[in-house]
Design a protein around this ligand. Structure first.
Ligand code: NAD
Ligand code: ZN
Length: 240
């Protein structure tokens, strides 16, 4: 059997970092934003997802924010797919040094990976805006209207980075450090259109940049390898 170019890259690599986006989780049943059937193709009560998922909208109309958020951003039934599972195996085999993800679904952690940089936060972490008490996703999922803190009655806000908000500095620093130490960077399932995450790729100075995506991306021009395909299929087919 002939081996694929990505298989050759992975077999040779010693310090892989995986940089992913919403396309990594579409095979788990979570729609992305910018594909034809992604969330941006739809409107919600006359508003676009980009408008609703912004910091200013959160404060302006939290009721509508949470209605949208519960319906479209929470997927309690979603399970890790073949890409998440392969990345867990690669980390266990000490080939994968870290995952930098723009996803907020938490599926890399569910799959078992430990070195995960969730640069846009996670739906599994929610905090009271007044007393900072922590709440799991179920708190938001199972409440109505604006979720309130059991301790003090404050508004419970998901730890997800909204448009207009800055991502966590330490998460970003960790992500950039991993990327700068990698010999191989696999960029997958992302349109690379959200900053500052997309510019993290500039920290990579290793040997091989591989892009796995259904459509062209801005990183294709500088990649040593571009695989046009489904992330779950392509990653799932890799042998350790
Ligand atoms: P995006 O929607 O902008 O781009 C997704 C890219 O992945 C597209 O280029 C698309 O062609 C490709 N793609 C989709 N499914 C694929 C598949 N199965 N195989 C290969 N390629 C596939 O998403 P993005 O670049 O991650 O950026 C948008 C923002 O979306 C992020 O900030 C993220 O927080 C948020 N988001 C997250 C989730 C999630 O957590 N699962 C879901 C939707 C959006
Ligand atoms: Zn509180």
């Amino acid at each position: 059997m002939t081996s694929s170019p990505l298989q050759d890259v992975v077999s040779r690599a010693r310090r892989i970092v995986f940089f992913g986006g919403a396309g990594v989780s579409t095979a788990s049943g979570i729609p992305d934003f910018r594909s034809g059937d992604g969330l941006y193709a739809s409107e919600f009560e006359g508003l676009t997802p980009e408008m609703i998922l912004s910091q200013s909208f959160f404060y302006l109309d939290p009721e509508t924010f949470f209605r949208f958020y519960r319906r479209h951003m929470l997927h309690p039934e979603a399970r890790p797919n073949a890409a998440h599972e392969k990345l867990y195996e690669l980390e266990k085999a000490d080939k994968l040094r870290g995952i930098v993800t723009q996803n907020i679904d938490g599926l890399h952690k569910v799959a078992g990976n430990r070195r995960v940089y969730e640069v846009h936060g996670s739906v599994h972490e929610n905090y009271c805006m007044d007393c900072n008490a922590f709440f799991p996703m179920e708190k938001v999922l199972n409440s109505e209207g604006i979720p309130r803190c059991d301790r003090c009655g404050g508004v419970v806000k998901p730890w997800v980075v909204l448009y207009g908000e800055a991502p966590d500095k330490y998460t970003c620093m960790g992500a950039c450090r991993e990327i700068s130490n990698a010999d191989t960077l696999i960029v997958a399932g992302t349109s690379l259109s959200v900053e500052p995450a997309a510019s993290f790729l500039g920290y990579f100075h290793g040997r091989t940049l591989a892009v796995v995506n259904a459509e062209p991306t801005p990183a294709d021009a500088r990649a040593s390898l571009v695989v046009r395909g489904d992330v779950a299929e392509v990653m799932g087919a890799l042998k350790l």
